[in-house]
Design a protein around this ligand. Structure first.
Ligand code: ADP
Ligand code: MG
Length: 752
């Protein structure tokens, strides 16, 4: 049997640990405890491959554009995200990233003109970690607990699951990093017996995570989570770089550093930034223990006259502290906000546990001592390894069901990291789940459409992260299923406001699911696991845009409803694109969804009324049945069947258009314009039936007489009766309801 490990897949550094009696980190092939989360693509005689870790870090200086660092920042993000755009402007990626149009603007990393997803790059890191650990242990790695920032949103968690899947790693659980760190601290037995409230302060390279937990006798309960996904050592390095540039300009009057950098060739510019980053990071680390540090960089930057600009700057701890003061204040604010969230005062915290590389910076330690008091702040003895050690302990615990050793047993109560909202009519948002609610959970809301003629409800779910509503998924509720609609012409009658129960669940493992149940038709139930890789959200938006276009055209309400019903096929395909548990994208389904979307758009552009065409010919088939021979019936049935299948598949607009023509041509070839006249009248009978049964019967009698005349070959009689039927046709062409408002909103049945 293989081993079970804990993995800290960090922004800057990653590590693997194992637990037996106590946690220990498994060194990598280079003999180091942690592996820089850096991936380089190398093309040489041996072919194309990825190099990960220390070696990749060295390659970064030579080939910055082919080396990926901090890929974790890109996980589950879109190209047009503000933070991503800000990073691009600030030149903070040494490699090229693009918004992949095919994946609806998901981020792709370009290495040697080939594109990779952030998940694929992360998978390379995981593969290296697992390979080295398994070599170290001389045993295969069977499963892992992998950590993610407490503050990760659902899309980011799914991207992480996808990376594990791509790396061929069986994921036992995703664990919040601060929680992992917390379980590595040892307290004396008296204290844990009494119960402790802990705050974990995890400040790494790319993210700042804080979490408040209580613990007693091996039980851990997450009370609150907070942080900032875009705050860490990297930002400090960035401040230092800016500081250096200013100092250089001061020393060299007339020099504008940004301008000089702009003059460098692309490769040189990237190398310059990589080198600067390495130099300032070293200075920063020095300043954690020393009072002065030096930053130098020679022989790259030139003045206008071609002379090299020597960068050689001294910085004191005091200057450094002033420089990073804004970031220290930001962490202070976030810390207080988290305490406020659960109405805690600092006195209620027994210990503050500091982990993550940037925890070693004295300014942050002083801040926490100032807020909580000297005796309460504990810096982890191995701040960069605490998270993977904790994950290993958790992995062991999940394995330890049958060991009786109570000492090693741990029990967890997880909680949600963010508020969950759904969007209601008039852009109102309804709070579904408050952050820090314990998991698993289930909430039910009774919702309804906003109007009686509404055919579709779109329920969008959001997280509130840093005061921004981030979409995490959505479900569409169709008034009628497509099959139901195709088979029942009369369905649209009996207008009512659709009411349904919306049941939202989050499992202990943070898997989101939704169940929708029609309140008046209990058999109508739909269940979705919401595990979106973001692509789904973008595709659903595209579909929504096409539908919104309908509203802007002056379209017949029934035609609009036909299209809305057809959209069910696309929604279903979209929801199948990513695996609900791993987030891995099924590319075949994705292509299918895109194809269906384009078919849908074609139908709209070409004004093809598929559903009504189909229904029309179905009515024709029934009405004309008495005058059709077996061969004609079989032929019509076959054509209708093909049409129906193609309509449900929604893959080929050309075929559908052609099929409609073939059907009507076929009928015309047998009956001439009689087929049309009779069917229109039959359709009319269906419609008037609701108001007057007698009138409907009159029309049907007329149709029947007409067809008898046809069967007898009595042309005179036929013409007379046809003329009478025309009248009903004219009636049908009367004013038809144009769409005025196109609702997809839902509202709460109980007023808010
Ligand atoms: P992540 O969780 O993002 O992978 P880590 O916890 O591994 O990050 O911390 C990496 C960050 O910590 C980097 O920004 C690094 O420069 C910084 N760091 C590491 N050691 C020190 C130190 N002694 N003093 C200050 N910063 C440090
Ligand atoms: Mg970390």
């Amino acid at each position: 049997m293989g081993q079970r490990v804990g993995i800290d897949l960090g922004t800057t550094n990653s590590s693997v640990s194992i637990f037996s009696l106590q946690s220990r980190t498994l060194g990598n092939a280079e003999g180091k405890d942690f592996t820089p989360s850096i991936v380089a693509r190398v093309d040489d005689n041996a072919g194309q491959r990825f190099v990960v870790g220390e070696h990749a870090k060295n390659l970064q200086k030579l080939h910055p554009a082919e080396t990926v660092s901090s890929v974790k920042r890109l996980m589950g993000r879109f190209f047009d995200d503000d933070e991503i755009q800000k990073f691009l402007v600030e030149n903070r990626f040494s490699y090229k990233i693009i918004g992949d149009k095919e994946s609806e603007d998901a981020i792709k990393i370009l290495l040697k003109n080939e594109s990779y997803s952030p998940e694929e790059i992360s998978a390379e890191i995981l593969k290296k970690l697992v390979r080295d650990a398994s070599r170290h242990l001389n045993e295969p790695i069977e499963e892992a607990v992998v950590t993610v920032p407490a503050y990760f949103n659902d899309l980011q968690k799914f991207a992480t699951r996808a990376a594990c899947e791509l790396a061929g790693l069986k994921l036992k659980r995703l664990l919040a990093e601060p929680t992992a760190a917390a379980i590595t601290f040892d307290f004396d037995e008296d204290e844990t017996a009494r119960g402790l409230t802990l705050m974990v302060f995890d400040l790494g390279g790319g993210t700042f995570d804080i979490s408040i937990l209580t613990t007693a006798n091996g039980h851990y309960m997450e009370l609150a989570k907070g942080g900032d996904n875009w705050l860490g050592g990297d930002d400090i390095d960035q401040l230092l770089i800016q500081h250096v540039f200013l100092a250089v300009e001061k020393e060299n009057p007339g020099v504008n550093v940004s301008e000089q950098i702009g003059q460098l060739a692309e490769a040189q510019r990237l190398r310059f930034f990589v080198e600067m980053k390495e130099k300032v990071e070293l200075a920063k680390i020095t300043l954690s223990t020393e009072l002065r540090a030096n930053i130098d960089c020679f022989g790259i930057l030139k003045k206008k006259d071609g002379q090299f600009i020597d960068i050689d700057i001294d910085i004191s701890r005091e200057e450094f502290d002033t420089l990073i003061q804004p970031l220290v204040e930001k962490t202070r604010k976030i810390t207080h906000a988290l305490l406020d969230d659960i109405h805690f005062s600092p006195e209620l915290i027994d210990y503050v546990l500091m982990v993550g590389g940037s925890s070693l910076i004295p300014a942050f330690q002083s801040l926490l001592i100032e807020i909580f008091g000297e005796g309460k702040v504990k810096v982890h003895p191995r701040p960069l390894l605490a998270v993977s050690e904790g994950a290993a302990k958790m992995a062991h615990r999940l394995d330890a069901k049958d060991t009786d050793d109570e000492q090693t047993k741990l029990h967890f109560m997880h909680s949600v990291a963010h508020d969950y909202y759904i969007q209601l009519a008039n852009a109102k948002r309804l709070l579904l789940v408050k952050k820090n609610s314990p998991l698993p959970l289930q909430v039910k809301e009774e919702l309804s459409f906003v109007s009686e003629s509404q055919f579709l409800g779109r329920i969008r779910i959001f997280n509130l992260v840093d005061n921004v509503f981030e979409p995490v998924g959505e479900v569409w509720y169709h008034r009628y299923s497509l099959l139901e609609y195709l088979d029942n012409f009369g369905l649209i009658s009996g207008q009512r406001k659709v009411r349904f129960e919306f049941c939202f669940q989050i499992s202990e493992d943070n898997i989101l699911s939704v169940e929708l149940r029609d309140t008046e038709r209990s058999e109508k139930k739909q269940h979705f696991v919401l595990s979106r890789s973001g692509i789904e959200l973008q595709l659903l938006q595209k579909l929504e845009n096409y539908l919104a276009l309908l509203a802007s055209q002056s379209i017949d309400l029934d035609d609009a409803n036909d299209l809305i019903v057809l959209s069910e096929t696309i929604v279903r395909t979209i929801l199948q694109i990513s695996n609900p548990l791993t987030g891995v994208v099924n590319h075949e389904k994705k292509r299918l969804a895109q194809k269906q979307l384009s078919t849908f758009q074609q139908l709209q552009l070409r004004d093809l009324h598929l559903v009504s065409q189909y229904q029309f010919h179905k009515i024709a088939r029934e009405t004309l049945s008495v005058v059709l021979n077996d061969e004609q019936k079989a032929k019509l049935d076959e054509l209708l069947h093909q049409y129906r299948v193609a309509m449900i598949a929604l893959e080929d607009a050309d075929f559908l258009e052609k099929q409609g023509v073939i059907l009507s041509d076929y009928l015309k070839s047998i009956f001439g314009d009689l087929a049309y006249t009779v069917t229109r009248a039959a359709n009319c009978a269906l419609l008037v039936e609701k108001e007057s049964k007698a009138e409907a019967a009159r029309i049907r009698k007329l149709i029947s007489e007409c067809l008898q005349a046809y069967a007898r070959g009595d042309m005179q009689d036929l013409e007379n009766r046809k003329k009478q039927l025309y009248l009903y046709e004219v009636m049908l062409d009367g004013p038809i309801g144009k769409m005025t408002k196109f609702d997809r909103d839902v509202e709460r049945t109980v007023a808010t």
